[in-house]
Each structure stands twice: as C-alpha cells, then as structure tokens.
Design a protein around this ligand. Structure first.
Ligand code: FES
Length: 208
C-alpha cells in the first residue's frame, strides 16, 4: 500500500470517528436540552384571543363583564381587559392587554372600522402609541379619544387615526362581535399594541 493511500485511509477513519463521536455527544446532550425549563406564559399575560369576554378595568365594576348597555352611545370610552371565558382568568398582567370600548352611531364609522365593529361598538388598544400612557380620557366636544400625557388625540370613527399630538401611529384595533348582549373578542389586534421598540428608549415611558 502506498504512503498516500494509507494517509487517505487514516483521514477517512478519523473523520468517521469524529462524526460518530459528534452524534454521540449530541445524543448525550439531548436529554439536557429537553430538561431546560420551557418559557411559561402566565395566563394573565396571554394576549386577547377570539371568544374572550371583556371586563371593566377600572371603577366600581372592576372585573365585571361588560354588556352593550354599559356603553353610553356617543362616548365616553370604557377601559377593559379581556377575560378567558373558560378559565375565568382576567388578562390584566400584561400592560398591552388594556383596551377601550366605545359605542358610536354605526353610520358615523368608516367602512374599514365597520368590519371590526359590532353594532357601532369599537374596541382599540388603550395604550398610547407615543409613550405608553392609558388613553383614558374623552374630548366630548370634538368626540375624540384623548391621551392626557401629551394631549394625543385619536378619532375612534376612523380607526383611531391620530388627529393631534405626538403619537406616531393609530391605536391598534381589536375586532369584536356581540354575543348575548356582550362585546366579545373576534380576533387578535390588527397591529402590535403599545410602544414600538426604539420609541421608548428615545423618549422614556409613561405609567398607566
Ligand atoms: S403618551 Fe400619549 S401623547 Fe404621549
């Protein structure tokens, strides 16, 4: 056997052993990897999902399910959290789960808003897209949602588009439907709720 052939054979054997050992090491690692704790999401932090009910987030009725009769026609808005109807868990652990409900004349809603609304009632994220304050005030004169922190104004008839102040984008919509006289979540947010990455670092944040 030539010297060259012998060297090649040793290289092949070495590579085969290396692969074998590699596979062996990986199979040894597998149980360790599977033992790593999985990321557990607290049920209170889960995002809203189809079928969730909506409960009062503030006031005397905190935690009670909201009915359409609780929403005054023409505003103001009511702050709410989603509630899992099966487990009864109110999803108040995640700041971006705070939403607002407002009942308006269906004839005033834009065509796009109508597809996410139920009988004139619309639901938006209540976390201001500027620096994260709660959009919890109502400008009754102009019929606009008001964020008190820096006077951000949103038009609930037109998809919560920004009509005043510094917010960089509309409030995301949470589609709803009506079931037994109650507004119920019909799907996820149309865009990510809250302050988008980068904005907070640049300008600080508000507290609710
Ligand atoms: S946080 Fe709402 S306008 Fe600044």
């Amino acid at each position: 056997m030539s010297k060259k052939t012998d060297t090649t054979r040793r290289a092949i054997v070495g590579a085969t052993l290396g692969v074998g050992l590699g596979i062996g090491s990986l199979s040894l690692l597998a149980p360790v990897i599977s033992l790593r704790p999985k990321k557990v999401v607290n049920p209170e932090d889960e995002p809203p999902k189809e079928g969730d009910l909506l409960v009062f987030a503030t006031g005397d009725k905190t935690g009670q399910e909201i009915t359409i009769d609780d929403l005054p026609l023409g505003g103001p808005e009511v702050l709410a959290y989603p509630k899992d109807p099966q487990s009864g868990v109110v999803k108040s652990g995640e700041k971006n789960n705070l939403v607002l409900l407002i009942r308006l004349d269906p004839a005033e809603l834009s065509e796009e808003v109508k597809q996410y609304a139920a009988d004139g009632t619309v639901c938006y994220s209540a976390i201001c897209t500027h620096l994260g304050c709660a959009v919890g005030e109502w400008d009754a004169q102009r019929g606009l949602l008001l964020c008190p922190c820096h006077k951000g104004l949103f038009d609930p008839r037109k998809g919560a588009e920004v009509v005043g102040g510094p917010p960089p984008r509309p409030l995301p919509t949470l589609p709803i439907k009506l079931e037994n006289g109650k507004p119920v979540v019909a799907g996820g947010f149309t865009s990510p709720p809250g302050v988008l990455a980068g904005t907070e670092a640049a300008g600080g944040s508000c507290t609710i």
